[in-house]
Ligand binder design. Structure first.
Ligand SMILES: *[C@@H]1O[C@H](CO)[C@@H](O)[C@H](O)[C@H]1NC(C)=O
Length: 422
């Protein structure tokens, strides 16, 4: 486990409302394009903020244009009728440009017809962590002043979306506070407690699959879990695969298969990571601090489909029964182990698989022996296997193997799974 404050992946957001304001009238004069990159600070300059606002427009996603205090941002290609997305990076240990920022900005501009503004506070975010933290309020105020100038141009508060990463998330939250919750949306990444309308706990929100588990991996051990949030968000922007999450009281309860739909509190909609309108949530007003859970794979594009898997024993047993369920599609396998408690018939769990359920050709079941290896376990369990893709609204999409299966300890049994795609 990485130490706080580096842990956890989550997003939270405010009400997303796209309002169109009046037309801009005449086209502005052809802008003189001069591209500006992020600054490069050395370790000793951490107390000076030197924030730069860099405007990126759909016409040139790789060219950041420095917005000077005195200049009219419209002359740089800012379009007040479009939404505006402001990206704020976090602590920069070495005072360098964030490695993910170019990809992030390109993905944002691909996914949305919007003005993107990157806040370069590389100077103020380096040095010791404490001095960067001290700059959070200062930067929050500076960004608020910057936004005030956009509002004067006719930009609506509700068309502003702030995306903050790590320490930048705290800045984003502060700006949202200065605007009394009236900004369109805030997406922040990186705290354990729920603070948004919807709080995503990816893989439980702590250790992420594919990240080093030992401090011997050095800096990447500290940062991998934390930065996964950014890479998952980029995936959400680049791909059409679902990053759908399910409300639940805890990760453990989610994994145990007790949270199968989004009805409470979202009715028939489930929240999704990315730029889906209002995060896929179709109720108003938005509820607050709803913890939602999802699993991912260990590599990009990370997204998975979740399915409920269930096993019903024909005969009660005097001890817990563990059955490993494996889904096979043409390219990938995914597994989960479900436990049927002693003296109960039914066990269930959640399996995460990258391809949709209808592309799973085969299911393998293996009854895990509880005895020690030196004594061959000849126990056989017999039961029914069923599965249903999440969200499970009713039993219409539940599929069961046609016959009860016989499982001998330690032996894998394969069955074809024939689910039609809808
Ligand atoms: C601003 O964006 C709107 C909506 O995409 C578009 O119709 C309009 O032409 C743009 N204005 C300028 C000056 O590019």
């Amino acid at each position: 486990m990485a130490p706080d404050p580096w842990e956890g992946c989550f997003w939270s957001w405010g009400l997303l409302l796209w309002l169109s304001v009046g037309s801009t009238g005449d086209a502005p004069p052809t802008p003189q394009t001069k591209c500006t990159d992020f600054q490069n600070a050395n370790l000793l300059q951490g107390t000076n903020l030197k924030a730069h606002f860099l405007l990126f427009t759909p016409s040139d996603p790789l060219c950041g244009q420095l917005v000077e205090e005195s200049s009219d941002i419209r002359n740089l290609g800012f379009n007040a009728t479009l939404g505006t997305k402001l990206v704020i990076h976090g602590f920069r240990a070495l005072g360098t440009k964030p490695s993910w920022i170019d990809k992030f900005i390109s993905a944002l501009l691909q996914a949305a017809d919007a003005n993107v503004i990157a806040v370069d506070w590389v100077y103020g975010s380096t040095g010791v962590y404490f001095s960067a933290v001290e700059n959070v309020v200062k930067l929050g105020l500076e960004i608020s002043r910057f936004l005030r100038k956009l509002l004067v141009l006719g930009v609506s508060e509700s068309s502003i979306h702030i995306i903050g990463v790590s320490l930048g998330a705290h800045v984003g939250g502060m700006v949202g506070h200065f605007y009394k919750g009236q900004l369109g949306q805030i997406t922040d990444l990186g705290i354990r407690i729920p603070v948004g309308h919807v709080d995503y706990y990816v893989n439980g929100g702590q250790d992420q699959p594919g990240c080093p588990t030992s401090i011997s991996a050095g800096y990447s051990y500290l940062i991998c879990d934390h930065m996964r949030a950014v890479h998952i968000y980029i995936s959400a922007l680049e791909n059409s695969c679902p990053l759908m999450a399910f409300p639940c009281t805890s990760y453990k309860v989610f994994l145990a298969g007790h949270c199968l739909d989004c009805f409470n509190p979202f009715l028939l909609s489930c929240p999704r990571i990315g730029l889906v309108e209002q995060g896929g949530v179709k109720i108003e007003p938005l509820p607050k601090e709803v913890k939602v859970y999802l699993l991912t794979t260990s590599t990009a594009p990370y997204c998975v489909h979740h399915s409920l898997v269930e096993f019903y024993l024909l005969k009660l047993r005097n001890q817990d029964t563990c059955i490993t369920v494996t889904f096979l599609s043409s390219s990938v396998t995914s597994s989960v182990t479900i436990t049927i408690p002693r003296q109960q018939r039914h066990g269930k769990g959640i399996i995460a698989h990258p391809s949709p359920q209808c592309q799973i050709n085969q299911v393998k079941l293996k009854f895990q022996p509880s005895n020690r290896v030196w004594k061959k376990d000849r126990t056989i369990v017999i039961g029914m296997f069923c599965t249903a893709p999440l969200p499970v609204h009713d039993n219409r999409r539940t599929v069961c193997l046609p016959e009860p299966v016989n499982l001998q300890a330690s032996e894998t049994v394969s069955h074809d799974l024939k689910i039609t795609c809808i």
